[in-house]
Design a binder for this molecule. Structure first.
Ligand SMILES: [Fe+2]
Ligand SMILES: [Fe+2]
Length: 200
């Protein structure tokens, strides 16, 4: 994922102990660039989930004329999840979570939970793609209705799963990491994340 500019307007303030200069936000907290990147990924995921949710719910309630448009949106959101969101998930599993388990051991159980959810999300992305691919005009009306129901049910489940997942990570992992990692650890993590994301 392309990294955005820092979230805070950086001011420079010397640290009393070692004279090292760090960027701080207007409230005087140490800037957490690694956090800003993670939160940005969640923000765009939430935006896409909203469009996905609307399209999936419209499939159920709108007339036949808009089915094509809504299916197109469901497919385009799925493409986003399988590219951007899976890249974010990969970053969490390969860089962020191993680092946090090492430096904040109490996060181990919540990390275990969210990794299980990653697996669930991957499985449901695959299912949804399969159901979308199976839809065809050659199907009988009844088979098509059954397949549409599978698309809707899987999409509804994914909306619930992803929203909950992102909230748990925001509050239960990212916020804790922002408070508990030392400045040097944050820098080390930021470097490792940057290296991972810049890989072709
Ligand atoms: Fe995650
Ligand atoms: Fe995440």
């Amino acid at each position: 994922m392309v990294s955005d500019p820092p979230r805070f307007v950086a001011e420079v303030e010397p640290l009393a102990k070692n004279g090292e200069c760090v960027a701080v936000n207007p409230n005087g907290k140490v800037a957490n660039e690694f956090l800003a990147q993670l939160e940005e990924a969640h923000k765009s995921a939430f935006g896409e989930i909203k469009k996905f949710e609307e399209a999936a719910s419209n499939l159920q309630f709108e007339g036949k004329t808009s089915i094509g448009r809504n299916l197109k949106q469901v497919r385009s959101s799925l493409d986003f999840f399988r590219s951007s969101l899976l890249q974010h998930i990969d970053l969490e599993e390969k860089i962020l979570f191993p680092f946090l388990k090492l430096h904040i051991p109490k996060l181990e159980s919540v990390i275990h939970l969210v990794v299980t959810e990653h697996e669930d999300a991957r499985r449901n992305f695959d299912d949804l793609e399969l159901f979308l691919d199976s839809l065809s005009n050659q199907m009988s009306e009844m088979d098509r209705a059954k397949m549409m129901k599978k698309v809707q049910d899987t999409a509804t489940y994914l909306v619930y799963l992803l929203k909950n997942h992102l909230r748990v990570e925001d509050k239960g992992i990212y916020e804790v990491a922002g408070h508990e990692l030392k400045v040097e650890e944050k820098k080390e993590l930021e470097g490792a994340m940057g290296k991972f994301l810049s890989k072709p």
